[in-house]
Design a protein. Structure first.
Length: 246
């Protein structure tokens, strides 16, 4: 039986990030992806033009319409744009008893602002307490915790202050990924790849974790496999659709 997962995120029409990228990752790993759109963006990997958010009523209707016909257990969230949308998504997670991997997206790799205002407070207050994992990069983890993160020791301390299990990605920390599951920390070192093509890698990572969870891997194994998946993707030119470890 194929497992059904859900991405709740923005649309990047160049499809390297956002819902379209998530769907490709889901497909590559062998789960059926559904996609709820929180906002449209006009962008490419190099330039961000603008954002058009979807109303929270319509996001709610999209989620309900998928949940009405599909059994979904694992979801990921990406660009949520506003505190109102964050609150709505937290309510849906509780209503449908969803296990959510949260990519606490605030700014695009291209530098575009994906949010209307500072979302850290709403993420901390509403979404992370209802999530099974958050996957911030260093700057997102700094915004969530208020800590400055310059070393892996700082990252370990930051994970202890994130309001759910977490993975702080190591792209800006010499390749040291910091995982905290149930208060236990582990560090996974990856080599940094010399590239300027990293658009959407955070989206692909949280989508891959969600897909591996749906395929019955535990949280730690899902993270390790997803880190591998994204690493191989970056090494192969970040195409988005790759040969995945099933
Ligand atoms: O990678 C962050 C991100 C998330 N969601 C959307 C994006 C981006 C980055 O560009 O466009 C829709």
């Amino acid at each position: 039986m194929i497992m059904i997962v859900m991405s709740i995120a923005g649309v990047d029409p160049s499809a390297g990030a956002g819902v379209f990228a998530d769907l490709k990752t889901f497909q590559a790993i062998g789960v059926y992806g559904t996609g709820i759109v929180t906002a449209l963006t006009a962008q490419n990997p190099y330039r961000f033009f603008s954002t058009q958010p979807v109303s929270k009523e319509y996001i709610s209707e999209q989620i309900d319409s998928v949940m009405d016909s599909y059994e979904v257990e694992f979801i990921k969230t990406g660009m949520l744009y506003s505190p109102e949308i964050i609150k709505l998504v937290s309510r849906k997670i509780r209503k449908y008893d969803l296990k959510a991997v949260v990519d606490p997206v605030m700014v695009a790799t291209s530098g575009g602002d994906l949010t209307r205002e500072d979302l850290a407070d709403a993420l901390n207050r509403y979404l992370l307490p209802n999530a099974i994992l958050a996957t911030p990069n260093v700057s997102e983890a700094e915004k969530l915790t208020g800590f400055k993160i310059s070393t892996k020791e700082d990252a370990i301390k930051a994970t202890e202050n994130i309001k759910c299990d977490s993975l702080i990605t190591g792209g800006h920390l010499d390749g040291f990924n910091t995982i905290n599951i149930d208060g236990e920390t582990s560090i996974v070192k990856q080599e940094l790849i010399d590239t300027d093509n990293l658009h959407g890698t955070g989206c692909n990572l949280s989508a891959a974790i969600t897909a591996y969870l749906a395929k019955d891997n535990d949280l730690h194994d899902s993270i390790l496999k997803a880190l591998d998946y994204v690493y191989e993707g970056i090494k192969n030119g970040n195409y988005g659709t790759l040969i995945a470890k099933l």
